[in-house]
Write a protein that binds this ligand. Sequence first.
Ligand SMILES: C[S@@+](CC[C@H](N)C(=O)[O-])C[C@H]1O[C@@H](n2cnc3c(N)ncnc32)[C@H](O)[C@@H]1O
Length: 373
Amino acid sequence: MTGQDWRNVTVGGERTRVRVLADLDRDAPYLWPSVGEYPVYDDYLYHVMLEDEPRNKLFRDAIAQEAPGATVVELGCGPDLLWTLCAAEAGAARVFAADVNEDSAARAADLASTTAHDIRVFGGEATTLSLPEPADLCIAELVGNIGGAEGIDAVLADARRRHLKPGAATVPAAVGTRAAAVCLDDLLGGRYGVRPEYVDYVERLLDAAGGFFDLRFCVGNVDRSALRTTDALVEDLCLDEGVADFPSVRLDALGPGRVDGLLLWLNLRCAPGQPVLDSLDTVTNWLPVYVPFAEPFDLADGDVIELECRAETVADDIHPDYAFTGALVRADGGRTPLAAESRYAGGPFRASRLHRALFESEPTAARRGGRGR
Ligand SMILES: C[S@@+](CC[C@H](N)C(=O)[O-])C[C@H]1O[C@@H](n2cnc3c(N)ncnc32)[C@H](O)[C@@H]1O
């Protein structure tokens, strides 16, 4: 097919090929690997966040409200210290900033040293870090495409135990994830592939995750017209209160039509009383995630999808795997079990239809020589 091709993906001495689409229209729905969960941040990814004004406005406003006079810690500060500087400029007494990426932490420390503010930067994982004193406010832009996917719940639970004063505020205050059923096959017009420039991120993500598995993909350029059911909140993290809830939901068919998976997207509230950023309705760096069902099926009027979401931190006690179980309930009461999953790492490779369409074959030992196409 025109514009469709294969590129090598080599991970841990094994290789397969991923399908690429070089001719996608700028406005067409596209697949993007969900990279924010992994230590693969680079200047491009930081720049995309730096330019995300809907996100930045919410963080700026929340920090201006919470930071004056406070001792602040920012977990995951990045090289540009965006929110640390924002807190310092809003009148924070002092700011501790940390990033697990040593290069980002070093660049952040250099930047801090050029200011007159009381800022101390630490390199390292937030959950192993020790701070000189407990903080009144914790800023953590560890927000995933599925809200909790970057581990914000586990990192803030640890922060409340070790880094924060009782009752400390958090920015964001709450992270939610909504779900609805969609048909990716229709959205993509049956053409599966990633843009050629994304292949490197696929490879780096799989490498960071320790090998080939059915990695999480986002879908860009989708909006509400893609939804084939009503939507509902399936993950509800009240970070300022330390309460995580995964409500059982029902998704009502919006009419007859095919579905092949779930779309999951972010609802972010940075401070109490602030507007919610909904990543399906907003042009932002967070993209909705697609999670395939085992098989496509046709919805009819009156059908309902009952759904439960579970998040379990299996790989590293920080980043959750997501599992969705439930049933398709027909208008006549007939029930068909449904399941879908989206892991952080590990598990089978090419188990889903999406991953079989994207990846050519099981990986085999990579021969010596260049990476080729
Ligand atoms: C989404 S970026 C946010 C960067 C910047 N704060 C911003 O909002 O533009 C997340 C940053 O947190 C860092 N990070 C992710 N998980 C972390 C953890 N558990 N402990 C410390 N840093 C972490 C990453 O290296 C990355 O720089």
